[in-house]
Design a protein around this ligand. Sequence first.
Ligand SMILES: Nc1nc2c(ncn2[C@@H]2O[C@H](COP(=O)(O)OP(=O)(O)OP(=O)(O)O)[C@@H](O)[C@H]2O)c(=O)[nH]1
Length: 426
Amino acid sequence: MTDTIFALSSGAPPAAIAVVRVSGPQAHALLERMAGPLPEERTLSLRSLHVWHSGELLDRALVAWFAAERSVTGEPLVELHLHGGRATVDAVEAVLASVPGVRRARAGEFTWRAFENGRLDLVQVESLSDLLRAETEAQRRAALAEGGLSGKVEQWRQQLLQLSALAEAALDQSDEDDVPADRARIDAVAADLIAGIGQLLARPGAERLFDGARVVFAGPPNAGKSTLINALAGREVAITSAIAGTTRDVIEAPVRIGGVAFVLTDTAGLRQGSGDEIERIGIDRAQRRIDEADLVVWMDERAEPDVADEKLIRIFPRADEPGRSDAAPGMRVSAVTGEGLADLADMLVERARTLLPREGEVALTRRQREHLAHCHAALVAFAAEPDELIAAEQLRLARQAIDELTGRAGAEEMLDALFGTFCIGK
Ligand SMILES: Nc1nc2c(ncn2[C@@H]2O[C@H](COP(=O)(O)OP(=O)(O)OP(=O)(O)O)[C@@H](O)[C@H]2O)c(=O)[nH]1
């Protein structure tokens, strides 16, 4: 029999209220034993909780229970809203744990059960995972929007099933010359699917939102890269010194600016013809970072950047220093006086937003994109395939890709990785 699991789901002690959730076949019986006859379903009711064998009072708490058909886990579920002191929570948990077949939940186990019981599909689990780890406003909104993806995918799956049925019927009829295959309808459904999925694939992905837009600061030794990163980050993240070549490797600082996540990367100064082997390796790495960056803050007024326009931000650093030319290209910035810092921050946010999913729009994670891209490719191959048997195989591949996307066809490793991101009690 399935274990009944419990966990503190919110309000780590000491807190005003600590919610312990209990899910599994014994959940309702446990509540009855502690609190007496079950109150109305899905309604918080005040009850005294007792240790049933000794009669000892555990807490006066708000309790609620949910039938399996209406619970988030798809199992009998109970919530105990306890007074959030350590001793109260410990005492209740100890009583629960003393019952055979009842144990503490592992990380993500409530969500896992919801998935197993068909309450959530994998796309919904991912958006929940994103919501729980959202740290910026943009991430929170995107995770909520992601919730809408599941419905869209289900609609595509239905269309694919319809397409498969049509193609199957056409295959059966192909020997009978007098019955025209419903080719026009097949083409229309396929074209619709290809367009819809293609549109979503063309949008910026969700990973930048969570991983942060990658900004590389590039320029000669002593340009003030590390000092500028520290000023933007509002803390010491990079080593600064007056000795040219201080930053020998790459230092990354995850920061939030204007509600957007960034990773600011300090690179070794791009000095040509450096004699020092270690410094040269640092410079190679810097070049690679520039190639991979979303945005490059170029801090060298004497050299022309070898960086695509759409990711280039040119600044004129250390602008406060006497004798610095007024005619140099780029936005004047001083990490010391603060001149131009707010403008630079605004520009970073503005440029980063063009790389990020638009607010409220569904954005795909890497995993989702991969499966949808497979589905899309199979559909395109299907539409172009004259041989009906090969075309049917392409449709099967498209269906498989969708099923992998929603978790109907399981890839165990991926499930482990995903559920590993949840905390205990979720
Ligand atoms: N006056 C003034 N000095 C600055 C400014 N930014 C940096 N400096 C000074 O310039 C020197 C070099 O700064 P860093 O931030 O270490 O320069 P870097 O580009 O990271 O140097 P490398 O690590 O060698 O590539 C330090 O002495 C800083 O204090 C600025 O805006 N104004």
